[in-house]
Structure formats: C-alpha cells, structure tokens
Design a protein around this ligand. Structure first.
Ligand code: RB5
Length: 149
C-alpha cells in the first residue's frame, strides 16, 4: 500500500505523528507538506492528494488540518474519492468496512496524537466488506459518472 500524506498549518504536528506511525507499520508513503508555520489554504493540499489517490498513483490518502473538515470537504470534490472525517475508532473501522473510504481526514485541534494513531492504524488495516455495501458505494460512483464534473 502507498499512502499520500498532507496537512495544512493546523495539522503539521499530527501529520508528523502519522508519518512516524506509517514508518513503524512499514507502509510506504510520501509526505506532501506543508512545511510551514504560516497560514496556508487547505484545498491546496487536499486536492493534489485526492487527485493522486483518484488516479491510482497512491492507494490511500491521509489529510490533516485543524478540524479535518476543510480537508474532507475539498477531497470529496474529486471524483472517485470517498474521504471520511474520523475522530473515533468505531468510525475508523466502520468507514473502511462499509464505505471503502480511500482518504482519512482528521483534525489536530480535535483529538490527541494517541487516539489519532489508533484511528489511522485501524483505518489502514481495515478491510472493505463488499456485499450490500458495494452496491451503495457503487451508487455514489454512478452519480459521479452521471454528472459533468
Ligand atoms: C485553519 O485555521 C483551519 O481553518 C483549517 O486547518 C481547518 O480546520 C479547516 O477546516
């Protein structure tokens, strides 16, 4: 698995924690920044990562900002992206099993590093259940295909 990782200025510290976790898990990843303390715009980080996942260049993405909300809204504008904003371990497992989410968004100002690491680990190892869930995810793809975006 190859993971694309990015944050805005509000998520730099948590992004470093997650990079460390990916190393510990032996998961290949690329860190797309930001390397900044000054304010940047989260879509400038979310959209490139989302496009890399949608194109298949990367299998998964992890996006971090202050709340995770901006990153998730932006990433979900890219066709083929199912970005889940997750701040608890139950949802981390469920969104892989039920939604086949391909990007995880978290907020550094919402949860601590210990919980964020647990969430990322569960999400990275969770399997999609398929079955009835595949039909539901398929309907999202059908909708995307029916629009001009
Ligand atoms: C930046 O201040 C903050 O708005 C951003 O990190 C994120 O929380 C947006 O959703």
């Amino acid at each position: 698995m190859k993971v694309a990782l990015a944050s805005d200025h509000g998520g730099v510290n948590l992004r470093k924690e997650i990079a460390q976790l990916l190393k510990e898990m032996g998961i290949e990843y690329e860190d797309f920044g930001c390397d900044c303390e000054t304010s940047v715009d989260y879509p400038d980080y979310a959209l490139p990562v989302a496009k890399k996942v949608a194109s298949g260049e990367f299998d998964r993405g992890i996006l971090i900002c202050g709340t995770g909300i901006g990153m998730s809204i932006a990433a979900n504008k890219v066709k083929g992206i199912r970005c889940a904003l997750v701040h608890d371990t139950f949802s981390a497992k469920a969104t892989r099993a039920h939604n086949d989410s391909n990007i995880l968004a978290m907020g550094e100002r919402v949860i601590g590093p210990g919980l964020a690491r647990d969430i990322a680990q569960i999400w990275l190892t969770g399997e999609f259940e398929g079955g009835r869930h595949a039909g539901r995810v398929g309907k999202i793809g059908e909708y995307e295909d029916s629009t001009s975006n």
